[in-house]
Design a protein around this ligand. Structure first.
Ligand SMILES: *[C@@H]1O[C@H](CO)[C@@H](O)[C@H](O)[C@H]1NC(C)=O
Ligand SMILES: *[C@@H]1O[C@H](CO)[C@@H](O)[C@H](O)[C@H]1NC(C)=O
Length: 307
């Protein structure tokens, strides 16, 4: 889905919802179980998905193995949630032997299913709290993180200001924001940036943070975009319609710890994943698995699509 389409549909949906359910008090962070329960209650389609796909992840009794000693925390994108973003990848990581945990974060006004709307500083704090809970449950000291879209950038706020992780993989990477096919550069000259932002901020505090040169992005990347002792894998696609230009998905620090890849250049020229489809792409899955697990097959190519 195009970012602009997301913007418009999110704005309309949320404006309609929020008029009836906006509350004056902040909404507390929900337990993952409660989140899933609410999603199921609100949406039979999600219920079917959960039944079919959740087996094995968010298992708080999971014991990390010697091969995968660190739990893997999955971070969804804008307007998504732990289930609909990760129904493909989470069970596959479980099948490879990882302990896998996916949170839903950034809820506003108690609106169900549609997450990632709060400002990313708040969501990063939720991620931090969640990671602490995973560490405690699994009796470990470190997790690795995989994020998609908003999940490709919000965790960098966590890595820089709140906590750490040895490895961070990002898909649908959006490190320097999107210019929405150049649209963003037209807003200021037309005097529309602030008025449109004001409307969005009532229903989606993260939305304008994703734009190229937002205050959030400038702050996050000031003085360098990586932190020491974290290994980064940033996956982008030439077919991106959401992150434009797609090269804004690259990290720019010259560091041996950074690997920026373009699906079609580095893995498979025929790969058709644009932004959303990266979350259901076996080539992307294998690339992230290889990054997280050095003993895994490191050869990623078009044949991986047959998995
Ligand atoms: C959760 O993990 C425990 C410990 O490994 C295991 O015995 C149990 O079967 C798992 N539960 C599910 C639903 O996968
Ligand atoms: C947690 O891990 C530590 C260090 O590996 C170990 O000594 C301890 O027994 C573990 N605790 C539990 C409850 O498994």
């Amino acid at each position: 889905m195009r970012f602009s389409t997301i913007f418009v549909s999110a704005a309309l949906t949320l404006a309609a919802l929020s008029s009836s359910i906006i509350q004056a008090t902040p909404v507390p962070v929900r337990e993952p179980g409660a989140v899933i329960h609410e999603a199921i209650a609100a949406d039979p389609h999600s219920a079917a998905l959960v039944k079919r796909t959740s087996a094995g992840f968010n298992n708080w009794s999971c014991k990390p193995s010697a091969l995968h000693p660190r739990p893997l925390v999955l971070v969804h994108g804008l307007s998504a949630n732990a289930i609909d973003n990760w129904f493909y990848m989470a069970p596959r990581f479980v099948a490879k032997g990882y302990c896998v945990f996916a949170l839903s974060y950034g809820q506003l006004y108690g609106i169900p299913i549609v997450y990632g709307l709060d400002k990313m500083e708040n969501s990063a704090q939720q991620l931090s709290d969640y990671v602490d809970r995973v560490l405690k449950a699994t009796n470990t000291t470190q997790v690795d993180i995989l994020g998609h879209s908003q999940g490709s950038i919000m965790p960098r706020y966590y890595l820089r200001f709140l906590g750490g992780a040895p490895k961070f993989a990002a898909i649908g990477s959006i490190q320097y924001g999107t210019n929405i096919l150049g649209l963003v550069n037209l807003l200021t000259p037309l005097g529309l940036y602030d008025p449109i932002k004001a409307v969005f901020d009532t229903v989606c505090l993260s939305c304008f943070q994703f734009l190229e040169n937002s205050e959030f992005i400038k702050n996050l990347n000031a003085g360098g975009d990586t932190v020491p002792d974290v290994k980064y894998l940033m996956i982008t696609s030439k077919l991106e319609e959401t992150v434009t230009p797609y090269t804004n998905g690259f990290l720019r620090d010259k560091s041996p710890n950074v690997k920026n890849v373009v699906l079609q250049n580095d893995y498979c020229s025929l790969d058709v994943s644009e932004h959303a489809l990266q979350a259901v792409d076996p080539i992307v899955f294998n690339a992230v698995h290889a990054f997280l697990t050095p003993s895994a097959d490191q050869t990623i190519n078009c044949l991986d699509a047959l998995n």
